[in-house]
Write a protein that binds this ligand. Structure first.
Ligand SMILES: NC(=O)c1ccc[n+]([C@@H]2O[C@H](COP(=O)([O-])OP(=O)(O)OC[C@H]3O[C@@H](n4cnc5c(N)ncnc54)[C@H](OP(=O)(O)O)[C@@H]3O)[C@@H](O)[C@H]2O)c1
Length: 273
């Protein structure tokens, strides 16, 4: 039995699908089992109950332990005899330090897990392609995305590729003690990502840069905590004109090249219509 936390999330749904396809028994955790729409044959349970009995492995989305730490989950995992834990961490965990709220949070979580005695793998993706979903509202109203740092590069990764790596680490101990950094196959600026979405949709989309202060206001107004908004804006500023490094790890672990951003946009075209 493999327990998947955050099972309705961008990555979690694909983790569930990968495990089901591999013939594993899956228990999917959600705060709202009634509306979770998880596949037939998957046991669905409430996140708050943390039901880990009978589980060999756990996929941990940090969202479910944000603010509390993983202490209770790790204690229950120990009691239940869980062997492996796969953390959805972040490439930012490699560089914790002042002002890097995202890196510090994931680094603390990784450290807590490593001290638990469980066999661990930390999956460390960089920017998710699904971050582009934040533009869907603007693109529902017109052909322009307003955002900061048009020329900031990331190598956006398809959530299905993150899940494919996580599933392999959940199903075997081949990746025990590893923390693979995962990226997509191309470095793209925000402006290029919007152009690609436009090509997929057959619309002439463009990215119009706004000052970082305006972007900060929009982010915090939309519910992003101020320290996270500041960390993100600082990362974007540092990525202007600097192509992102492409990691070979997705292909090493899954045996196939990572999906392109155009593939991601095509898979999510309905969200932008
Ligand atoms: N975005 C990036 O660029 C990036 C980069 C590196 C790492 N990451 C990591 O990846 C995570 C996001 O993964 P994702 O996109 O798959 O997640 P997601 O889709 O945002 O959320 C996953 C699921 O977690 C549950 N959830 C959300 N908030 C919760 C809370 N406060 N308590 C309990 N459950 C909660 C929700 O499920 P229910 O509503 O069904 O309970 C949600 O569907 C980030 O938090 C970060 O740790 C992200």
């Amino acid at each position: 039995m493999i327990v998947v936390t955050g099972a309705t999330g961008n990555v979690g749904r694909h983790v569930v699908d990968e495990l089901v396809a591999a013939g594993a028994e899956v228990r999917a955790l959600t705060r709202d089992p009634e509306s979770a729409r998880l596949p037939e044959g998957v046991e669905v349970a409430r996140t708050a109950d943390l039901p880990l009995d009978g589980a060999d492995a756990v996929f941990l989305n940090p969202a479910v332990v944000w603010g509390t730490g993983a202490g209770e989950l790790l204690r229950k995992a120990g009691q239940a005899g869980v062997r492996r834990i796969v953390t959805l961490s972040s490439s930012a965990a490699a560089e914790p330090g002042p002002g890097n709220v995202i890196g510090n949070h994931h680094h603390e979580l990784e450290t807590e897990i490593e001290a638990s005695g469980l066999v661990w793998t930390h999956v460390r993706p960089g920017a998710f392609a699904s971050n582009a979903l934040q533009w869907a509202e603007q693109l529902g109203k017109g052909d322009v995305v307003h955002g900061p740092y048009a020329q900031a590069h990331t190598a956006p990764i398809h959530e299905a590729d993150i899940a494919a790596v996580a599933a392999r680490a959940l199903l075997s101990e081949d990746y025990a003690g590893q923390a693979p950094v995962l990226t997509g196959p191309q470095s793209l600026t925000f402006a290029e990502q919007v152009t690609i979405i436009g090509e997929v949709l057959g619309r002439p989309l463009r990215y119009e840069e706004i000052p970082p202060e305006a972007a900060r206001e929009a982010m915090t107004g939309g519910g992003v905590p101020a320290d996270i908004a500041d960390t993100l804006l600082r990362l974007f500023a540092g990525a202007v004109g600097r192509p992102a490094e492409i990691s070979p790890e997705t292909e090493r672990i899954t045996g196939r090249p990572g999906r392109t951003f155009a593939q991601w946009a095509s898979d999510h075209s309905a969200a932008f219509s």
